[in-house]
Design a protein around this ligand. Structure first.
Ligand code: PLP
Length: 257
């Protein structure tokens, strides 16, 4: 059995965050574990409150897992505030962690700040250099680079810039553009492009969480980066195709169909 850890926030409506990560892990037949960084009160209509977990308790959760269980891959999602980022970076460095996928979660599709604006610099300086793969979407790539990212050429320039901040691989997700969903992977010397057809639906809650967890699960199972991303992209595309409405806002993607 491969054991995968998500370090992320809870979404009470079950579509994103820890809940999406654990569903993705199960669908990939790996054992899912979770370190909770924050609890959100959330529905398909938005995020209504956030309670950050005490940094000391985040540290204890990470240590409890690593002191006892072999961790084959990790996904980091919502990290919310500076103290959370610092404690995750410092605690993970106590262990020979591997296959670390960092999703630089900043603002939810509903417009809520899942990362406090003042914590952006800490995310960049502490977590980016630790990442095996960093998975920004276009708004996140813009926040990290300070440049406009509006087409394929911009995505390539942003990927080079973000790579220089430390992650081994950068996957910029082009889902916010029109047309086919095109993502670009940069490994420090060359680009790989992943293209899937766009699925027309408003039910895309949790797509970023799901993709990054699927990449971590595939890496944990021993796939190469390129193959892990190819399979994860196929997984999220099918999960979006099977997404459904459960409330009044954008519904979740589907992990079992
Ligand atoms: N809630 C939590 C806890 C998350 O981690 C995320 C994204 O990472 C979201 C909500 C946002 O989900 P979306 O933007 O797909 O609606």
């Amino acid at each position: 059995m491969k054991n995968l850890l998500t370090i992320a926030g809870s979404d009470s409506s079950g579509g994103a965050g820890i809940q999406a990560d654990l569903k993705t892990f199960s669908a990939h037949r790996v054992f899912g574990m979770s370190v909770i960084t924050a609890v959100t009160a959330q529905s398909t209509r938005g995020v209504f409150a956030v309670q950050d977990i005490d940094p000391g308790v985040i540290k204890k959760q990470i240590e409890a897992v690593f002191e006892d269980i072999a961790v084959h891959g990790i996904k980091i999602g919502m990290v919310s505030q500076i103290q959370t980022i610092q404690v995750i970076a410092e605690t993970l460095k106590q262990y020979p962690y591997k296959n670390l996928v960092v999703d630089p979660v900043m603002i939810s599709k509903s417009g809520f700040d899942l990362l406090q604006p003042e914590a952006k610099a800490a995310l960049i300086s502490h977590l980016l250099p630790m990442a095996t793969v960093l998975t920004p979407n276009l708004p996140e790539a813009e926040e990290i680079t300070g440049m406009k990212v509006q087409n394929l050429e911009d995505m390539k320039k942003a990927a080079v810039k973000i790579h220089s901040l430390g992650p081994a691989f950068v996957l910029i997700k082009g889902g916010h553009l029109q047309g086919d969903a095109m993502d670009i992977l940069y490994d420090g010397s060359s680009f790989t492009t992943y293209t899937t057809k766009r699925v027309a639906t408003k039910n895309t809650h949790g797509t970023g969480c799901t993709l990054s967890s699927a990449i971590a699960a595939n890496l944990g199972k021993g796939e190469s980066i390129q193959v892990a991303i190819k399979h994860a992209k196929a997984y999220i595309t099918t999960a979006i195709e099977h997404s459904f409405s459960i409330g009044r806002g954008p519904g979740p993607v589907h992990h079992f169909y």
